[in-house]
Design a protein around this ligand. Structure first.
Ligand SMILES: [Fe+2]
Ligand SMILES: [Fe+2]
Length: 189
C-alpha cells in the first residue's frame, strides 16, 4: 500500500479526531526528518501509521497481544491502552504491508519510549507530542526545542509524560524510565 492508500484505510479505521492527529504527526515527523537529514518519506509514513491500533478497545488489545505472543508486563495488563503501540507495529506489518524494521520499531516505541532510541524513534515520539493539533502548556517551547536538539526535547517530553502519569495516579511504564535514564546518563558522559 502506498501513502494515499494507507491514509484512505485509516480514515475509516480511526475516529476523525484521531485521523487528523495522525496526519499532523505525519507532517511534523516529515519536518523533523528534513531538519535532521533523515528519510522524509519514511518519517511521513511512520507518523501516518503510528496510531493505527488506537481505536481498538482494551479487550481487543489484550486478546490480540496474547494471540500475537506480545509479552506484556503488569503495567500493560493494567493499562491495556499502552498496547496500541506494539499492536500497531504488528498491524502495520500484517495489515498495511510494512516490512521496514525501523518503521515498525518507531511505532512500537511511540507511547512509552525506551532506551537507546534511534533517530526515527525519537522523531515519531516527538512528532506525536508536537503535531499542529496538540495544545498544552509549554508546547511552543517543546516544538522549538524539538527542531534544535532531539535528545533534550526527548528529556522534556519524558518528564512531561511522567508528570501526566503521576498526576493521574497511573502506573509508570519502566521503558519510559529507562529511556529517560539512558539520555541523562549519555548527557553526563
Ligand atoms: Fe499513540
Ligand atoms: Fe498519537
Amino acid at each position: 500500500m502506498d501513502y494515499n492508500q494507507i491514509a484512505e484505510k485509516l480514515s475509516h479505521v480511526l475516529k476523525p479526531k484521531r485521523f487528523k492527529h495522525s496526519l499532523g504527526v505525519s507532517q511534523s515527523a516529515a519536518e523533523l526528518a528534513a531538519r535532521f537529514g533523515e528519510d522524509v518519506d519514511k518519517a511521513k509514513l511512520t507518523g501516518l501509521l503510528h496510531d493505527c491500533a488506537r481505536s481498538l478497545p482494551n479487550n481487543n488489545l489484550l486478546q490480540m497481544a496474547e494471540a500475537f505472543a506480545i509479552v506484556m508486563n503488569d503495567v500493560e495488563l493494567r493499562q491495556p491502552i499502552l498496547l496500541h503501540a506494539p499492536i500497531g507495529a504488528y498491524l502495520a506489518k500484517n495489515e498495511y504491508g510494512i516490512s521496514d524494521p525501523q518503521i515498525l520499531n518507531a511505532i512500537a516505541l511511540h507511547t512509552t519510549g525506551g532506551r537507546d532510541m534511534g533517530m526515527l524513534d525519537k522523531i515519531i515520539y516527538l512528532a506525536d507530542c508536537i503535531e499542529p493539533s496538540r495544545d498544552f502548556p509549554g508546547i511552543d517551547k517543546l516544538r522549538s526545542l524539538a527542531f534544535k536538539d532531539l535528545d533534550t526535547a526527548m528529556l522534556v517530553a519524558f518528564d512531561q509524560s511522567l508528570h501526566y502519569v503521576i498526576e493521574r495516579s497511573l502506573l509508570i511504564h519502566p521503558a519510559t524510565i529507562e529511556g529517560r535514564n539512558y539520555l541523562l546518563l549519555k548527557q553526563s558522559t
